[in-house]
Design a protein around this ligand. Structure first.
Ligand SMILES: Cc1cc2nc3c(=O)[nH]c(=O)nc-3n(C[C@H](O)[C@H](O)[C@H](O)COP(=O)(O)OP(=O)(O)OC[C@H]3O[C@@H](n4cnc5c(N)ncnc54)[C@H](O)[C@@H]3O)c2cc1C
Length: 420
């Protein structure tokens, strides 16, 4: 279909049948509505359907199929490559659908597809429970849950996909189905790690787990001097697998944020950091955290008791929507000495204050699931590693892209994919 034909489809007919609303190029809120989390993404959809319910989603899917126009589906809009908007496509925007329903007796939460994880944590932690998600609260539930979901609770309770109990889905032919372990099991398998390729999910039901003491955990960052990176990484790679699964911690090469409660003399200093989260009984916390409290010469130990919601959202203010992001990622079975040398080199060259490298544990309960049990196949243990060049200023796009690519190229030979 030509671009002209795409832009002259009878959108007014679609709009007339919606509970939500339709946004077209030239509408006052078009630019705001097509923007996603990554400020590098600049796509111009033919129309954006702001859905209020599953019926709106069915109407949008049927319209797109009838008129043979491409669809992009948007949950939280955090996808690094901006797959939730697309030029000349019909965007199915789910952010108006954001309710949550907790069932404390069954330990479940039913979640609308436009929710962020912060909204889900808000709903469940009030009951002392959580379902595994990621390490930041502003991420959308939908894309994370369909892609795998690695977070603080993964060592103890598995990935987000391992806690998905059921999903309501609008299929490409417009049918509405509920997929779970016994109904549409193939679809249910594919939804758990296969990304947004199998239909539009209009509701997720997750299992929840009691965490900490009524949702209060012990966690926070421990910052080390960047010069200690090799020592910290060698200690961490041996320590982590030996820790009880109630304790998890991701390692990052970061610039210490220039904001309270961090002491001013550390603001802007490059650091190797580990952010810990202990979700077990508090009377065991000191014993479990003892190896962390006694290791090395940290610049700052920020471990404290806090609601799980506070830890989950601790980094949200540092990374508001609209920054320029360039990502690369890999899985790592081991943190080898060769990898540590690369981390030391590129950590010293962090190109901007927001740029970072993270290693997220993917072991424990996440590694006990069979590789073919879900579409998320990497269950070998180890870490998911991400390198992200980030900056508010589009003028810095070139240096953050170059640093990320060079870092990834040097590190990739140590990844699980390259070593098999
Ligand atoms: C700052 C930041 C931190 C992150 N931290 C973590 C982390 O700790 N752990 C982790 O596992 N991941 C993390 N991620 C990655 C994150 O899981 C993915 O970017 C995920 O896609 C975000 O979900 P979303 O709904 O916001 O994405 P969107 O951009 O809205 O969508 C992502 C993909 O899913 C599809 N999709 C969205 N909604 C639906 C739906 N309802 N039905 C069908 N398909 C749909 C979209 O079409 C698109 O292809 C992080 C990302 C960012 C930017």
């Amino acid at each position: 279909m030509t671009v002209t034909a795409i832009h002259t489809l009878p959108y007014q007919d679609l709009a007339a049948g919606l509970r939500g609303n339709l946004i077209r190029p030239g509408d006052p809120d078009y630019d705001e509505s097509r923007a996603v989390y990554n400020g590098m993404i600049d796509k111009r959809p033919a129309a954006i359907v702001r859905c209020r319910d599953a019926a709106d989603v069915v109407a949008a899917v049927n319209f797109a199929r009838t008129h043979r126009i491409e669809i992009a589906v948007r949950g939280g809009g955090h996808h690094a490559a901006g797959f939730s908007v697309w030029t000349d496509a019909l965007v199915i925007e789910l952010s108006p659908m954001r309710s949550t329903t907790v069932d404390p007796a069954r330990h479940t939460v039913r979640v609308d597809p436009g929710c962020t994880w912060g909204e889900v944590d808000h709903a469940t932690v009030a009951f002392g429970m959580a379902t595994p998600s990621g390490f930041i609260a502003s991420t959308g539930v939908a894309g994370l849950a369909l892609g795998g979901g690695i977070g603080y609770l993964s060592r103890r309770f598995g990935l987000t996909v391992d806690n998905l109990l059921a999903a309501d889905v609008v299929l490409a032919d417009g049918r509405f189905v509920t997929a779970d372990a016994s109904t549409h099991p193939d679809l249910f398998w594919a939804l758990r790690g296969g990304g947004g390729n199998f239909g539009v999910v209009t509701s997720f039901t997750f299992g929840c787990h009691d965490i900490g003491e009524h949702g209060s955990v012990i966690g926070g960052p421990v910052f080390y001097d960047l010069a200690d990176t090799a020592e910290v990484m060698r200690w961490y790679r041996t320590l982590l697998p030996s820790l009880p699964e109630e304790l998890s911690g991701w390692l990052g090469l970061v610039t210490i944020p220039p904001a309270p409660p961090i002491p001013e003399q550390l603001w802007g200093r490059k650091s190797c950091a580990i952010v810990w989260c202990y979700t077990g009984p508090h009377d065991r916390a000191e014993q479990v955290l003892e190896p962390i409290r006694t290791f090395g010469a940290p610049l700052l130990v920020g471990l404290q008791e806090m609601p799980f919601t506070a830890l989950q959202s601790a980094f949200d203010p540092l990374y508001p929507a609209g920054l320029q992001w360039y990502w690369r990622a890999d899985m790592f079975g081991e943190i080898t000495d060769e990898a540590i040398a690369v981390h030391e080199r590129f950590g010293a060259q962090l190109p901007t204050g927001h740029s970072t490298m993270h290693l997220y544990p993917i072991d424990g309960a996440a590694a006990r699931v069979a590789p073919d049990a879900t579409a998320f196949a990497y269950r070998d243990g180890g870490w998911a590693g991400i390198i992200a060049g980030v900056d508010p200023d589009p003028a810095n796009a070139e240096p953050i892209i170059r640093w990320t690519r060079d870092y990834w190229t040097q590190l990739h030979p140590t990844s699980a994919a390259a070593r098999t």
